[in-house]
Design a protein around this ligand. Structure first.
Ligand SMILES: [Zn+2]
Length: 431
C-alpha cells in the first residue's frame, strides 16, 4: 500500500499541472450540469406559473362570457340617418365603421339609406365595441350578411337571395281602446300599423278623432319565408277607417310618379299642408281667445301651440318657399313659408333654424326647418304654428286641408280600374 501511495505521490508531483487541469475541467462540468438542472427546474416552475396565468385567463373568459356583452340591435332607418351616425350611437369604433363601409361599398351604394329599412347587427362590448355580424337588406329579395372572422379580424361577405312568397292579407277590427291595441290583437305587424297611421296622418288625429267602436279594414302585402314566417311587410293596398259611421277609404295606386294612396275621388292622401308639423307633440293651446300667459290680458291666439321638448324637429308642413327665417319679436326665431297663392305657414319660438333654412330657399313637405325652443315671448318650449289663408290667420286644426295631388284624365281611369279590382278582390275574400 505504502508503495502504491508513493507512486501516486510521485505521479501527482510529476503531473500536477495535468491533474489540476483535469480537476478544474471536472468541476466546471459539475457546475455546468447543476446549473442546467437548476435552470430546468426554474423554467418548469415558470411554465407552471404560466399555466396558472392561462387558467386564470380562461376562467376570466368564461365569467366574461356569462355577462351579456353581446347585444343584438335592430335599427330602423329614419330621416337623416347615416351608417356613421347609427353605429356611433352604439359606440362602434371609427376603424370598425370604416372597414364595414369599405366592404359594403364594394358592390353596393350604401350612401342612400332608405327610410324604414331595417338593419340588424350584433355588437360585442369589450374595451372597444366591435361588430360580430351585420345584416343589411339591399331590397326585398337580397340581403348582405357580414360575419367577423376572429382570427383575421376581417369580415366574411355573403349575399343571400331570399325567395319570399308574397301573400295578400285582409284584416278588420273594432277599436275599443286604441288603434294600436286593436290592430296588434289581430296580429297585424307593427310596420303595417305605423304605415296605416302615416297614410291617415293628414286627415285623422289618432288621439282625438277616434271614438270607441270605430272600425278599421285593411288589405296589405306580407312576404313569407319557407316556414310561413312573415319576414317582410309590403304596401297597404286598401285601408278604411270608419269614424262615427263615416268611411275614409284609401286605395294604393302603384304607378310611377303617382305612387301613393288616394281616396275614391282620386285625391291623394298626402295633403298640401300638415295639421301638425311636429312629431310626438301635445296640443297645448288652441286657436281662439285666451288669457295671454305672459302679457296677462285676454288676447286672440291666432295659432296653435304644441308643447314639445326643446330641440324637437319642426317640419315644413307643405312644399313651398321660405319668405322669412329670422328674429320676429314676440315670436322669437321664426320661419314663414309661402306654399302657394292661397296658403302660408308660420313656425315660432324656435331654438334654432335647421341648416340651409334661409329666405328664398325652397323646401319640400316634411323637411326639417328648425327646432323647438322658447325664444321670444314664451313661457316654455313649444311650437307656435299658424296657417294663413289669403292673408288671414285661420285655425289649422279646423282647416279643411287643401288637397295635394289629384288624379285626372287617363291616369284617373287607370286608378279607377285598379280600385274596382281591389274591391272585387276584397268581396271575394269575404265570401
Ligand atoms: Zn302660440
Amino acid at each position: 500500500m505504502k508503495f502504491g501511495l508513493f507512486f501516486f505521490n510521485r505521479f501527482l508531483r510529476k503531473n500536477l499541472n495535468t491533474v489540476l487541469l483535469v480537476s478544474l475541467s471536472l468541476l466546471t462540468i459539475i457546475i455546468l450540469i447543476s446549473f442546467n438542472n437548476l435552470k430546468n427546474l426554474e423554467s418548469k416552475r415558470y411554465q407552471n406559473l404560466l399555466d396558472n396565468v392561462y387558467l386564470d385567463k380562461s376562467i376570466k373568459n368564461i365569467i366574461n362570457n356569462l355577462n351579456p356583452k353581446y347585444e343584438d340591435i335592430e335599427h330602423k332607418i329614419s330621416e337623416g340617418d347615416t351608417f356613421d351616425k347609427i353605429l356611433k350611437k352604439y359606440d362602434v369604433s371609427t376603424n370598425e365603421i370604416k372597414e364595414l363601409k369599405r366592404i359594403l361599398n364594394k358592390k353596393n351604394n350604401i350612401n342612400s339609406l332608405e327610410i324604414n329599412q331595417l338593419i340588424k347587427f350584433t355588437i360585442e362590448k369589450n374595451k372597444i365595441t366591435q361588430i360580430i355580424n351585420f345584416e343589411f337588406p339591399i331590397n326585398k329579395k337580397k340581403k348582405i350578411f357580414l360575419t367577423k372572422n376572429f382570427e383575421s379580424g376581417d369580415f366574411a361577405y355573403e349575399e343571400v337571395i331570399t325567395n319570399l312568397e308574397k301573400k295578400i292579407v285582409y284584416k278588420e277590427g273594432i277599436i275599443k281602446r286604441s288603434l294600436y291595441r286593436a290592430a296588434t290583437s289581430k296580429k297585424i305587424k307593427p310596420n303595417i300599423i305605423i304605415d296605416f297611421a302615416r297614410i291617415y296622418g293628414f286627415q285623422i288625429d289618432f288621439q282625438r278623432d277616434i271614438r270607441k267602436n270605430d272600425t278599421f279594414h285593411i288589405l296589405y302585402e306580407e312576404f313569407v319565408g319557407d316556414n310561413e314566417e312573415v319576414l317582410e311587410t309590403g304596401n297597404i293596398l286598401f285601408a278604411n277607417i270608419n269614424l262615427g259611421g263615416q268611411d275614409n277609404e284609401l286605395y294604393f295606386f302603384n304607378k310611377k310618379n303617382y305612387e301613393g294612396h288616394y281616396d275614391v275621388q282620386g285625391k291623394s292622401a298626402v295633403k298640401a299642408l300638415m295639421k301638425t308639423p311636429i312629431n310626438g307633440a301635445r296640443l297645448s293651446s288652441s286657436f281662439g281667445m285666451r288669457k295671454h300667459p305672459i302679457l296677462g290680458y285676454n288676447k286672440m291666439h291666432k295659432g296653435t301651440d304644441f308643447a314639445a321638448p326643446k330641440g324637437t324637429p319642426v317640419m315644413a308642413s307643405g312644399d313651398g318657399q321660405i319668405i322669412k327665417a329670422a328674429w320676429c319679436g314676440g315670436g322669437g326665431n321664426c320661419v314663414k313659408i309661402k306654399h302657394n297663392k292661397t296658403y302660408s305657414t308660420v313656425y315660432a319660438h324656435l331654438s334654432k333654424f335647421a341648416a340651409g333654412i334661409k329666405k328664398g330657399a325652397r323646401v319640400k313637405q316634411g323637411r326639417i326647418i328648425g327646432y323647438v325652443g322658447s325664444t321670444g315671448l314664451s313661457t316654455g318650449p313649444h311650437l307656435h304654428y299658424e296657417v294663413i289663408e289669403n292673408g288671414k290667420k285661420i285655425n289649422s286644426q279646423k282647416l279643411k286641408l287643401p288637397s295635394g295631388k289629384i288624379l285626372k284624365g287617363d291616369i284617373r281611369k287607370n286608378f279607377e280600374i285598379d280600385r274596382i279590382k281591389t274591391d272585387i278582390y276584397i268581396s271575394e275574400l269575404l265570401n
